[in-house]
Design a protein around this ligand. Sequence first.
Ligand code: IPM
Ligand code: MN
Length: 359
Amino acid sequence: MEYNIALVPGDGIGPEIVGSTVKVLEAVSEKFGHVFNFNTYLAGGCAIDKYGEPLPKITIDGCLASDSVLLGAVGGPKWDHLSGNSRPEKALLGLRKELGLYTNLRPASLQPALAESCVLRPDIAAKGFDLMIVRELTGGIYFGNRGRNEAGDTAFDTESYSVMEIERVARRAFEIARKRRRHLTSIDKANVLESSRLWRETVHRLGASEFPDVELDDMYVDNAAMQIIRAPSFFDVIVTSNMFGDILSDEASQVTGSIGLLASASLGDSSRGMYEPIHGSAPDIAGKDLANPIATILSAAMMLRYSFDLNEEADFVEQSVAAVLQDGWRTADIKSPSEESFLTGSQMTEKILYKMKLG
Ligand code: IPM
Ligand code: MN
């Protein structure tokens, strides 16, 4: 089969990690006989420099015309003085909206080979965990009405959700739970927020009518922040709003001890998705070949699985990465503090490519 992939490397370490991932995808195409066509587009700070805006139309159109999008990361200190819609982050928010990607999947699990870098108490880490955060991505406070009063001394942002917005992301979460351990936890702040009360009602109505086979429970977001550290093995699939999902997914990723390994998928109603690592553009290490490419490589594996339905190919990439980690190879971000030596980003890429060749 032939697939057109839009590459949006972005800023900082983005181009390095996307470059590594293209090599991995090329190895997949060789082994399994697919054709991947790559087109590169600018978004974020680099687009501000070239076009004067973070998300130029040419990038939106290119992504819309592709079968899927692979994104690195956007932003950096060079553009930190910009405000509101001129910021690099606007590119991410805009792409999600333009592509209709209302569901964001952020898996976080403890890799057995990396248990030593897990920050949890050993008896908690010993139980392991494997959770999938389903974050609503195109609604809520990140897209709601905002502004300041005339004097400029009062500002507001609005959290607002419709039944339609809640239902479509919750349905996705239930379907995913059905393929896993059939346990869905909906996270909200229904003891305070009206939008959360609607969220909770809607998720329960949907569960009762379409997914009676999935165990559904609710948790307040403050408690959830605690339970992710105290008892992460409780969770299977989490579904939550844009802002709560943003915060809890950073927490969950840090709990694994290896944010450099964590992938994400953003999905809508079509098979076109956007795939990106959870981590940011890490400007402090950009251009030094220190960045860990694994989170982006695993994001590409999610693309193979969720957009192209190439499950065998996705398994192959994931297993090759796991095998390299099992062999003890580490980049700087995931090595244990006592370890002196580590691989550069391109050396790690070579190790993975070599595994793929053998596999
Ligand atoms: C993320 C990021 C973005 C978000 C920012 C950069 C807009 O933090 O992907 O989690 O909040 O969604
Ligand atoms: Mn975030």
